[in-house]
Design a protein around this ligand. Structure first.
Ligand SMILES: [Cu+2]
Length: 102
C-alpha cells in the first residue's frame, strides 16, 4: 500500500494519515514548497517498524525534506493510536497534522 504525503509552504497534504496496523506501507513524500520542511513524528517513528531508517534523521524523530525532495519510507505500524505529526520548523505557522494507526 502507498500513502502520499505532500508538503507545500506551509501545509501537509493531506494533514492526516491513517495506517492499518500490521500492514506494510510505502509512505511517499514530496516537498513541493520553496522551503525545507520536516516530517516530524517522534512517537510514531519510535513505535513503528521501519525498513529503511536511513531516510530518517539520526535521532529517528523526523524526515528532513529539502525543496524538491522525494523520499519513500517503508514502514509497518504495530501500535494502534493517534500520533502527533508536525513540521518542526513551521508548526508555529500551523504546519501540523496527525497520524492514526487503526
Ligand atoms: Cu515546514
Amino acid at each position: 500500500m502507498t500513502l502520499d504525503l505532500f508538503m507545500i509552504d506551509y501545509k501537509f497534504i493531506p494533514n492526516h494519515l491513517t495506517f492499518q496496523r500490521d500492514v506494510h506501507y510505502r509512505l511517499h513524500m514530496e516537498n513541493h514548497g520553496k522551503e525545507t520542511h520536516e516530517v516530524t513524528a517522534p512517537t510514531f517513528f519510535g513505535t513503528t517498524e521501519i525498513d529503511n531508517p536511513r531516510v530518517l534523521n539520526r535521532e529517528h524523530t523526523e524526515v528532513v525534506m529539502q525543496p524538491g525532495d522525494v523520499k519513500d519510507l517503508l514502514l509497518t505500524a504495530h501500535k494502534p493510536g493517534t500520533y502527533d505529526l508536525r513540521c518542526s520548523d513551521h508548526d508555529w505557522n500551523g504546519m501540523v497534522g496527525g497520524i492514526t494507526v487503526e
